[in-house]
Design a protein around this ligand. Structure first.
Ligand code: ADP
Ligand code: MG
Length: 346
């Protein structure tokens, strides 16, 4: 698209975050109501009174999902949930969503109604309203863009930055399940496409399949924070994987971290499937994305309060940046945590 002689930099040399940084580097805020723009799970607007939060995500067929194994109702549900997760990650409450779709002629009305049944179900179960969107034809399958709006009191907001040295690193739920669900579904898809007679069944693997196809956003944890009078010092939702997302926090805070391999929560079903795939379960938990759990830090004084929340584990602590970002194995050896980069734009 550039004219002759212009420099052309291959996007793959930048990676997702490098690209976003380049495109948004010289953005200047013009409006006094823009409290926080690019760089966190959601933008924050301050119109006076409550804060307004906005976040948006794009889901493209063949890149983010395969309709070979994703029921349209589940896809609708997940499209909303992954957006709500970004609002919860700011310790805020989602209130409305808009849904825009590009649809190829492959889809009929009933397909799209099924997709919308999933959207409506998510809206109902998370108490948010669908208030608009846009609809277009598409040459490339189904494209979905969801925008979510939320609110919070200014003093409740939690950013990726904000943690101090010695703060405890915590995570909700269990990790790696969505990734192992995806591996299993992809294996079945390939067998199906190759029309292999001896197909392995998905039966008995409902847990990891649900983690992939029907994730939930952890609004329940945000509620528990309020009930237990906890305000995390930093927070992000786990969409890219524990390693990558923890590095977003340490980078934003200008700190390092130590996390402990034996503290990282992994469900038995995830562990079993990882072993079947000859993947180290810990690697699935560190690098697998799409768990939509919350990763957050708390002041050491809140240790007891957070212990009282059942579905949260303390997995490490923040350190001085000179200590680096370390995963401590059970035998005491340390390895550097590494960002996985992005899987979608190679
Ligand atoms: P998440 O994984 O939480 O959805 P992303 O990694 O997609 O967050 O985005 C990181 C930050 O960069 C967010 O603040 C997002 O709004 C911003 N961002 C991403 N893509 C663009 C873009 N094309 N233009 C402007 N800002 C962007
Ligand atoms: Mg996020």
């Amino acid at each position: 698209m550039t004219t002759k002689q212009q420099k052309r930099t291959d996007i793959s040399t930048l990676g997702e975050f490098g690209l976003i940084e380049r495109l948004t580097a010289d953005l200047k805020t013009l409006r006094s109501t823009t409290m926080y723009g690019v760089g966190d799970d959601a933008a924050v607007l301050d119109p006076g009174g409550q804060m307004i939060l906005i976040s948006t995500d794009l889901l493209l067929e063949g890149i983010h999902f395969s309709l070979v194994y994703t029921p349209l109702k589940h896809l609708g549900y997940k499209s909303v949930v992954v957006n709500l997760s970004d609002i919860y990650a700011m310790n805020a409450e989602p209130t409305q969503v808009t849904v825009s779709i590009g649809v190829s002629s492959r889809f009929c009305l009933e397909d799209l109604e099924e997709f919308y049944n999933g959207i409506k179900l998510a809206c109902q179960s998370y108490n948010v309203d669908l208030v608009g969107g846009d609809t277009s034809s598409s040459l490339t399958g189904l494209n979905i863009s969801v925008t979510v709006i939320g609110t919070a009191l200014k003093e409740d907001l939690v950013f990726r930055k904000g943690a101090s040295e010695h703060d405890l690193i915590c995570v909700s739920g269990d990790l790696g399940g969505a990734y192992m669900g995806l591996q299993l579904l992809e294996r079945e898809r390939k067998l199906f496409e190759e029309e292999m007679a001896a197909q392995k069944s998905l039966e008995g693997h409902e847990f990891i399949i649900a983690r992939q196809l029907k994730p939930e956003a952890r609004g329940d944890i945000i509620k528990l924070f309020k009930e237990h009078d906890i305000k995390p010092t930093a927070m992000i939702d786990l969409s890219d994987g524990l390693s990558s997302d923890l590095l977003h926090i340490t980078r934003a805070c200008g700190l390092g971290c130590h996390i402990y391999a034996d503290k990282i929560p992994i469900a038995d079903a995830t562990r079993q499937m990882a072993e079947e795939f000859k993947i180290e379960p810990l690697i699935a938990a560190l690098n697998g994305g799409e768990d939509y759990e919350l990763l957050f830090t708390i002041a050491p004084d809140d240790y007891e309060k957070v212990q009282a929340i059942q579905d949260v584990r303390i997995i490490g602590h923040m350190t001085h940046t000179s200590n680096g970002n370390k995963l401590m194995a059970q035998d005491g050896t340390a390895v550097n945590l590494q960002a996985q980069g992005w899987k979608h734009m190679e």
